[in-house]
Design a protein around this ligand. Structure first.
Ligand SMILES: Cc1ncc(COP(=O)(O)O)c(C=O)c1O
Length: 359
């Protein structure tokens, strides 16, 4: 059953019918029933396929933020320097997580119109010798997709462990996962699963760092997830009881992506994003980020001082739910999420028709 409302926010997205059905299935007991082991192994294989990686993948029961903090908590030792590349709310926010776990953040803040230049990153690595670097692929609040390739190359050469928040791009845009040590995703974004799962890929270099880092948190530590045994015919010994229904839903989401094919999924997101922006241009709307760097998963229109009113009216009069900006740009940015199940022309058209009616 759906309530007829169109939710075009940059996560959580609407759920496809297969995902809702999987969510409603009777959950097995994962601590006791051996059948869960095969289900779980299959889920991890599909997740690794969607990540496009041979690295380990880990699924944590909790929202995307849990993945960010688990990565920082597990990789950063007291007083260790962490380079935080930032051109938005989430990039800058990593510094708070680093401080919380006793690290020393060096924040390299650039204007959203600029890339993280290789020369700057190399200079900062020389000056500060960071153990870990953090950055964001898609800055959801401004709809900005960062090209991280040059920065990742420099950091890889220097042996710095890289943590990339790809929460709102993974499964909607190509992510350079194999150049990343820990790549973070979340179920409710491009996977179009319900909120409640954080996903991580973890490279051998990142695991080695976890091994040598004193763990300052029991629950946030990735350490117990390394040696999960998946013996066929035996119950799985996961560190804690997993949210089975969310895992069932995630598998149905991954099936959809893999059945369509990842290249086709990425093309669909790019096409629908362009359609959304073309509709915006027809209405005289400008993009918030530089157009060349706008994400295929979310469009942020610049509507100075109008976003909250537009959001309210769209919901009240058209049953269309969009998102405003966050923080200082809350009322200046109106965001249309076109990720996962919502990356469909008809859905974007319904949202943009409603917006057009208000202008
Ligand atoms: C880029 C990015 N990182 C992290 C998060 C945090 O995810 P969650 O809200 O699931 O904790 C979000 C949420 O929107 C996000 O857009």
């Amino acid at each position: 059953m759906t309530d007829g409302r169109l939710r075009m926010t940059p996560g959580p997205t609407a759920l496809p019918p297969e995902v809702r059905e999987a969510l409603a299935r009777e959950p097995v007991n994962p601590d006791v029933e051996a059948a869960f082991t095969d289900d779980y192994r299959r889920l991890l294989e599909k997740l690794a396929d969607v990540y496009g990686t041979d690295d380990d993948v880990v699924v944590l029961g909790g929202e995307g933020m849990l993945g960010l903090e688990a990565a920082v908590a597990s990789l950063v030792a007291p007083d260790e320097t962490v380079l935080c590349l930032a051109n938005g709310v989430y990039g800058a926010g990593f510094a708070d997580l680093v401080e919380t776990h006793g690290g020393d953040p060096v924040v390299h803040e650039v204007d959203p119109a600029e890339e993280f230049a290789a020369d700057d990153v190399a200079r900062l690595v020389d000056e500060h010798d960071p153990a870990v670097a953090t950055m964001v692929h898609c800055e959801t609040p401004t709809g900005l997709l960062n090209d991280l390739g040059a920065a990742l190359d420099v950091l890889d050469d220097a042996g710095v462990v890289t943590v990339v928040d790809a929460v709102s791009s993974l499964g909607g845009a190509p992510v350079p996962v194999d150049a990343i040590d820990v790549c973070l995703g979340a179920s409710q974004k491009c996977f179009s699963s319900p909120p409640g799962l954080a996903t991580l890929s973890v490279s051998d270099r990142a695991w080695a760092r976890v091994d040598e880092t004193p763990q300052d948190s029991f629950y946030l530590s990735l350490e117990p997830w390394r040696e999960v045994e998946l013996e066929s015919g035996e119950p799985t010994l996961l560190p804690y009881t997993p949210p089975v229904s969310n895992l069932n839903a995630l598998e149905a989401s991954l099936d959809r992506l893999l059945d369509e094919g990842l290249d086709a999924v990425h093309d669909r997101h790019a096409r629908v994003a362009e359609h959304c922006r073309a509709r915006g241009r027809e209405m005289g709307l400008e993009l918030f980020p530089p157009a060349a760097r706008a994400s295929p998963t979310v469009t942020a229109f610049h509507v100075p001082g109008e976003a909250e009113r537009l959001q309210r009216t769209l919901a009240d009069e058209h049953d269309v739910v969009l998102a405003t900006g966050i923080g200082e740009h809350a009322d200046d940015v109106l965001r249309v999420g076109h990720m996962g199940y919502n990356a469909e022309t008809e859905r974007v058209d319904r949202a943009m028709d409603a917006l057009a009616a208000l202008r």
